[in-house]
Write a protein that binds this ligand. Sequence first.
Ligand SMILES: [Zn+2]
Length: 171
Amino acid sequence: MRPLFTPWRKRYLERVDEEMQTCIFCAAAQAADPRERWVLFRGRWNLIMLNLYPYSNGHMMIAPLTHWASPTEASPEALTEMALWIPVVLEVLHEAYRPHGFNLGMNLGRCAGAGFADHYHLHVLPRWEGDTNFMATVAETRLIPEDIPTTFDRLRPLLEARLRRGTYPTG
Ligand SMILES: [Zn+2]
């Protein structure tokens, strides 16, 4: 087999590695100011933050405060808190944006599409009938009419109001 010489690709991968050295979820967990990293809510074991490169308005990520690559490494408490937040996040997104549906998912490992493969996180995306389908979404044809600070100011009080109520056991 003839080897392919692709120095551009090596350079690209090195640049990606450099950028990936800072874990955005650990940085968010340590941020003193929530707006510095757009942390919508910080619980005992997890945080909810906005995706800076959203696939749709209100695209959130729930991630553990601990740098775990997979739920297989996580504590039962952290997994439970994340699970209990799911209905709350869905309610808040419904109230704020009236979506017709949602995508929830985790990409575990680079080959599965994880941008940050070393710190697992759950994506929550509101969807509307007639919005881009998933292939169009990954092909970068996104329509994002609302900017991040506006989304943050809209969602944060709604999440605070529900999650600060303390109706979920691990909080
Ligand atoms: Zn991390």
